[in-house]
Design a protein around this ligand. Sequence first.
Ligand code: G6P
Length: 610
Amino acid sequence: MCGIVGAVAERNVVEILLEGLKRLEYRGYDSAGVALLEQDGSLTRIRRTGKVQELVDAVAQGSALGTTGIAHTRWATHGGVTEANAHPHFSSERVAVVHNGIIENYQSLRESLREKGYTFTSDTDTESIAHSVHEELKAGASLLLAVQNSVKQFHGAYGTVIMDREDPSRLVVARSGSPLVIGLGLGENFIASDQMALLPVTRRFIFLEEGDVAEITRREVTVFDKDGQLVEREVIESNVEHDAGDKAGYRHYMLKEIHEQPTVVRNALKGRLGEKDIEADIFGAGADDIFAKVKHVQIIACGTSYHAGMTARYWLEQYANVSCGIEIASEFRYRKSVVHENSLLVTISQSGETADTLAALRLAKELGYMSSLTICNVLGSSLVRESDLAFMTKAGAEIGVASTKAFTTQLTAFLMLTIALGKHNGLSEEHKDNIITALHSLPSKLEETLAITQGIEDLAEEFADKNHSLFLGRGDQYPIAMEGALKLKEISYIHAEAYASGELKHGPLALIDEEMPVIVVAPNNELLEKLKSNVEEVRARGGIMYVFADKDAHFASDETMRVINVPHCESPIAPIIYTIPLQLLSYYVALIKGTDVDQPRNLAKSVTVE
Ligand code: G6P
């Protein structure tokens, strides 16, 4: 989704801004632009549709130079993908604005600004921010006050940065709904929508809170809260690796991130998994006291994180004996739901900024949930700040839009949560020991599983010319089948559906023919015989199957079925292990199809608007 970078420095900031935009490319965008306050007092703007590289090339043709500047990658919401709609937007060559989010009342703002004589040169909601601020400046307000007054008129979500040609030493920024992070330098300061953009220049960050407006100069950062009160915000030292943006020799970030899974899962377990038990309070100070009272868990998430939550429901009910509901955040937030007694709300998010998940958390607080926990990958993100308890998944920066290592660390976290909650609800010693033993074996099992890559590359060849596919699983492998289908559609654009295989007879069997490959995940568990019957149903209708199976499950390849053996693993970690071949399958199919693996069309890494 849209990205913002801004800087106030003594040096020329062009390179910092462009490098920042490149580091935000992974979030998804369709055009990019930069505006600079030049030494001679003029305001320069360069914008391009397409990739950031086109903007970089355009900048290189001129001699843009400025010590204060803002830059943006746009993901179109209001108005098509055109240069005129790309940010920064200007008001009369004086005010420059970049904006993430949506100003919902932009139509009425436009009308009243037109009446005041402003001309609009784009179809965006953002341009009304520029003119509103300009109007305040004309009335004599400082840039800070102009922004504080203007934002009072805005309904919707915004992370916005504003620059005034007549006050070149500062940027004023405002946050409501779309994240912004201030980067602190030495004699220079920065702003961005994501810390990744600023890691080459600083590791010290202030994460702005809802309603904050801040003034940034070279030497000072001043933050005001939603009531206009001066506030001190905590400075956080980032633990994200500076080189997280490197592909480390891999062809794509996604492949690198798939291969990082043994390491990041090891990190997620470190200091949390003891020899025979999990450590105390790993879900936050006081978590165990809260967990002792929990009678019901409600999980809320979107996308891949939702699939982690679906898997967790099987575990929480099967092992921990805790009732559990799971819902997509965008549904939960707009329907009336019943809150069970002593309910814990669990949100899951790699980014910690997904608009629907955040809105669901805020709603849950009003509804009276006993407590909230987030399982999240980004320290300092909104979900982490606004939840009572937080568990950091420690997957490191995930750049590929299609989530891989964030997912497997989320599942790892949920196995530990199963133990933490199960202790108070009748988790048997046998199940606890099984989960602990399985978790200890998890990093090395992931390594073993990654070693089957070659077989999957070959399989992808057979697959790549298909237009549709069906993924099947049962029990806690059903959400894994759904995640496999999601990965395939996200990056290869092949239509993929997932079904719990017991549901085959109720519709999907009608689709089976040799043009519809069927992918089956088949660990050796108590549902294996049932699954085998489902496989026979597909075979009887002439379906072609690709079965990822435990070798002890005794599937054999023949003319209608290709079997890929997956290393044997303990049952609790099987969903994590079987995720790996499905990730690899979609990756290699996408590679053959030549799609943009890391930045698939129309998708964004972090969906910060509704
Ligand atoms: C986007 C991303 C997905 C992600 C989903 C939820 O659609 O492309 O990879 O699963 O958002 O994001 P979250 O950050 O809340 O996990």
